[in-house]
Design a protein around this ligand. Structure first.
Ligand SMILES: [Zn+2]
Length: 236
């Protein structure tokens, strides 16, 4: 039995919900290389699944000093201390697979942002992600570690955009980031058939605020969070 299945056993979810959650986990893992799946399995100790976002937010709020106005604000959490993933199901700001992909990418970056804190990622994040006319997302521009997890949200999704896979877009728009993941054995090689025609932003915004408290990373959508829109450097 996988750890995800173990987590579902004591979750109080219905049979149907369990199937949906498990499929979501599998859909993300299927987009990973074998090496990435192995790494993920080694790092994650436990999954905590919640019936809905309200229940997840309640647990997150117990860690926060200020509870969220919106009782459905917390999208996902990664507890890097106990190595526990806290997840719920559909009905998120973006689809659940997208949220899982973001959190699973934090797992691959464990411990202490070991990949996203490297000078190599820092430099390419700054030049290629945070200053790209085609934004990955606003959230990706917030920090190198969020840029890393948002990149994972793109490449571990099954999204097809304008006839091309998310990975083809990722490689075309952010080639250095793609190569970094490929070098770390987290992504397979991909052949880009034509350049990405996406303009503006590739990912739907799924988070607008984060909090790291006692090694727990909380990704949320807080109505009160006012994040000034990131100025984009136009490249000629
Ligand atoms: Zn995050």
């Amino acid at each position: 039995m996988t750890k995800a299945e173990q987590g579902l056993r004591g979750s109080g979810l219905t049979k149907e919900q369990k199937e949906v959650y498990l499929k979501t986990v599998r859909d993300v893992l299927e987009n990973m290389t074998e090496g990435a799946v192995d790494r993920f399995d080694q790092v994650v100790v436990r999954f905590e699944f919640y019936t809905d976002t309200r229940a997840l937010t309640k647990v997150g709020n117990s860690l926060r000093k200020i509870p969220l106005d919106d009782p459905t604000g917390i999208q996902g959490m990664w507890d890097g201390s106990g190595r526990v993933l806290h997840l719920d199901g559909p009905g998120k700001v973006d689809d659940a697979q997208s949220i899982y992909a973001h959190e699973f990418s934090h797992v691959l970056d464990w411990p202490n942002h070991k990949l996203s804190s490297t000078p190599e990622w820092g430099a390419l994040w700054k030049e290629e992600i945070a200053n790209n006319v085609v934004a990955l997302s606003d959230y990706a521009n917030a920090a190198p570690s969020e840029g890393f997890a948002e990149f994972g949200r793109l490449v571990f999704s099954n999204k097809t955009i304008a006839g091309q896979t998310a990975r083809e877009h990722a490689k075309s728009l952010y080639p250095r980031a793609y190569r970094f993941w490929e070098d770390k054995g987290l992504l397979p090689q991909v052949v880009v058939k034509k350049p990405s025609g996406v303009k503006g932003q590739i990912l739907k915004e799924a988070f607008n605020d984060k909090l790291d408290v006692a090694k727990v990373h909380i990704d949320m959508w807080d109505k009160r969070a006012i994040r000034p829109s990131t100025p984009k450097t136009k490249k000629k």
